[in-house]
Design a protein around this ligand. Structure first.
Ligand SMILES: Cc1ncc(COP(=O)(O)O)c(C=O)c1O
Length: 486
């Protein structure tokens, strides 16, 4: 690393070279970027799990005209590393338990850099046969893990939202694109599912939210009643969406019963396994997710519980031809991309034409660490969540609101000896949430469980230890005790 960033600034003579950069300067820049990232990772645990700034402050700092002449590149990236990138939630912090955390492995990060540097456009076989075959390899791994037949196929997507969108399009085409369409999902389904359904043109009132039971799993009887009522009223039900790890609670819908039902009723079953799906690589997870393999399509997010950098979603469909029927649209300008045989063009399987090489990070990190390490890392999340539940159960201050499911546990502060004047439980728990946010290193988030305010912790980061979980729960107890004695 150069001691003085200015000293090599002369290498970046952008005026002379237009947009080119000399090889030595390219390496210096890449090396410095790598150093900055590794330094960040090494000091992460000592810092808070969140940083942020109000809009106007950032406008004042960042809104400036682009310079007419370039600045030294090292200076530019140092500024990004100092003033911009850290002003964000540290989603990979060992004490970030909010929403769905994500902790990428270093080989995965480097692979994304390589994918950007090689700059392959993975739209068709002609433009990217090597990377396309790699995507097929990674999809084959996923296919085997979820237990799909060889007829299955899919593609890597930006995330779970894009996977659901593509799945709904395939479902609609498979149903013959009828009018007056309805789709069904539990009241715990992610807003991403609702948005996907809306984007494909399903009217908001035709997206049926089915009641869930006390453990937040879709109620089969309510689903049956909703579909029957719609058919009687002249609607055309096409698809049902199941949760394999609902975002709020980690709840898993009754996948076997839903698969049986959808088969009899001729409905497409899509499983949203964006959060929970990779639990399937463990024995316990496979048991919990039994029935997922019977779905017509499955959405998975490797950037959640499979330790990849964003963006690494995936859609698998049981019958690969259903995707190609829905998405393959010939275009004169692309006629030369018909090259070779017996291969997919990934742009025929989903929304995107230009695509990056998302498979590389998955392939590089799995080959680097091996499946045993991935399995252990996924298991660790489930074990820590179960241990957190035990701790909450034994606490005089905390109450379990929903037992650990996959890596999520829901709880709240609710001591028996609370001062009746301390405010409502919701107010008290909001205070606890805010104090953890402002005063502790950890970050947790909240949800509504059938309308009741609940704190929740999602524990899926491979760097999180029991001490990280315990000390965060202790902070909740401490802030909770203070809030109820006020
Ligand atoms: C259960 C579930 N489904 C879908 C999504 C949407 O996935 P993405 O953010 O990758 O588009 C999320 C995101 O957190 C999720 O938790």
């Amino acid at each position: 690393m150069p001691s003085d960033t200015e000293s090599i600034a002369g290498d970046f003579d952008t005026e002379q070279n237009g947009l080119r950069m000399a090889p030595g300067a390219m390496l210096d820049l890449a090396r410095r970027a790598a150093e900055l990232i590794v330094e960040r990772i090494e000091s992460l645990a000592e810092e808070g799990a969140w940083d942020g700034e109000f809009r106007q402050e950032l406008v004042d700092q960042l809104l400036e005209d682009p310079p007419e002449s370039g600045l030294p590149a090292l200076q530019v990236i140092e500024r990004a590393a100092r003033d911009i990138l850290p002003v964000a939630a540290r989603i990979d912090h060992p004490r970030f338990f909010g929403f769905i955390p994500s902790s990428p492995t270093w080989p995965g990060v480097v692979a994304d850099f390589m994918a950007a540097g090689y700059h392959v456009n993975q739209c068709t076989w002609l433009t990217s046969s090597g990377p396309s075959q790699l995507e097929l390899v990674v999809l084959e791994w996923f296919r085997r893990w979820v237990g799909y037949p060889e007829s299955a196929g899919g593609l890597l997507t930006s995330g779970g939202s894009a996977a659901s969108l593509d799945a709904f399009v395939a479902a609609r085409e498979a149903a013959g694109h009828p009018s007056r369409v309805t789709v069904y999902m539990g009241d715990q389904s992610h807003s991403a599912q609702v948005r996907a359904a809306r984007i494909i043109g399903i009217r908001p009132e035709c997206i049926r939210r089915v009641a869930s039971d006390r453990r937040f799993r879709l109620e089969m009887e309510s689903l049956r009643r909703a579909v029957d009522a719609d058919r009687a009223a002249g609607f055309n039900p096409i698809a049902v969406c199941a949760n394999a790890g609902a975002g709020s609670t980690g709840a898993i819908d009754p996948l076997v019963e839903m698969a049986d039902y959808c088969k009899v009723e001729g409905l497409w079953l899509h499983v949203d396994a964006a959060y929970g799906g990779f639990a399937v690589i463990t024995e316990r997870g496979r048991e919990l997710l039994r029935g997922m393999e019977r779905a017509d399509s499955i959405g998975l997010d490797a950037h959640k519980w499979f330790f990849q950098p964003y963006e690494a979603g995936c859609l698998l469909v049981k019958d690969a031809t259903t995707l190609e029927t829905a998405f393959r649209i010939p275009h004169d300008m692309l006629q030369d991309t018909i090259w070779g045989a017996n291969h997919p063009n990934f742009s025929d399987r989903g929304l995107q034409l230009s695509r990056s090489v998302r498979a590389l990070k998955i392939w590089v990190s799995v080959r680097t660490f091996g499946m045993d390490a991935f399995r252990q890392a996924v298991s660790q999340g489930m074990e820590l969540a179960a241990r957190a539940e035990e701790y909450i159960e034994a606490s005089p201050v905390l109450e379990v609101m929903n037992p650990a499911s996959l890596g999520i546990v829901c709880f709240r502060v609710n001591p028996a000896d609370a001062n009746p004047d301390a405010g409502s439980l919701q107010e008290i728990n909001r205070t606890v949430l805010a104090r953890i946010f402002w005063e502790d290193r950890a970050f947790i988030s909240s949800t509504l469980l059938h309308g009741t305010f609940s704190l929740r912790m999602c524990i899926v980061n491979y760097t999180t230890t029991w001490d990280d979980v315990r000390e965060t729960l202790e902070a909740a107890e401490r802030f909770g005790s203070e809030a109820v004695s006020d």
